[in-house]
Design a protein around this ligand. Structure first.
Ligand code: ZN
Length: 107
């Protein structure tokens, strides 16, 4: 058992598929999950370009068992300054080179 709160089955499957299939994106793949994927896993699958997702139990089905992500979706729909996590947008200053430029130029 892992204590990694991000170790959801779908996320682990995306990571393993990327390792095995090599290309960074998973076009043409399908995901099968027992429960409706949480927002973190959905974001990973969107980022990886998974084509299709099947799930058996909805957030509503999982609610009595604490297996719903409805509360997270509600937070994500709010502007950053209205979410329960304090989120601050800080403006970088005094940088010689923009970090995104440095990142894109290294590859
Ligand atoms: Zn998940």
């Amino acid at each position: 058992m892992t204590h990694d709160i991000t170790a959801h089955a779908e996320l682990l499957a995306v990571r393993r598929a990327n390792e095995k299939l090599q290309p960074p994106f998973l076009e043409g793949t399908e995901m099968y999950a027992s429960g409706q994927p949480c927002p973190m896993c959905m974001a990973a699958m969107h980022s990886a370009n998974v084509d299709k997702i099947y799930f058996a139990y909805s957030y509503e089905d999982g609610e009595p068992y604490g297996l719903s992500s409805t509360h997270i979706l509600e937070q994500l729909k709010k502007p950053t300054d209205q979410q329960t996590i304090e989120i601050k947008h800080v403006t970088p200053s005094d940088v010689d080179e923009h970090p995104y430029e440095m990142w894109i130029n290294q590859s």
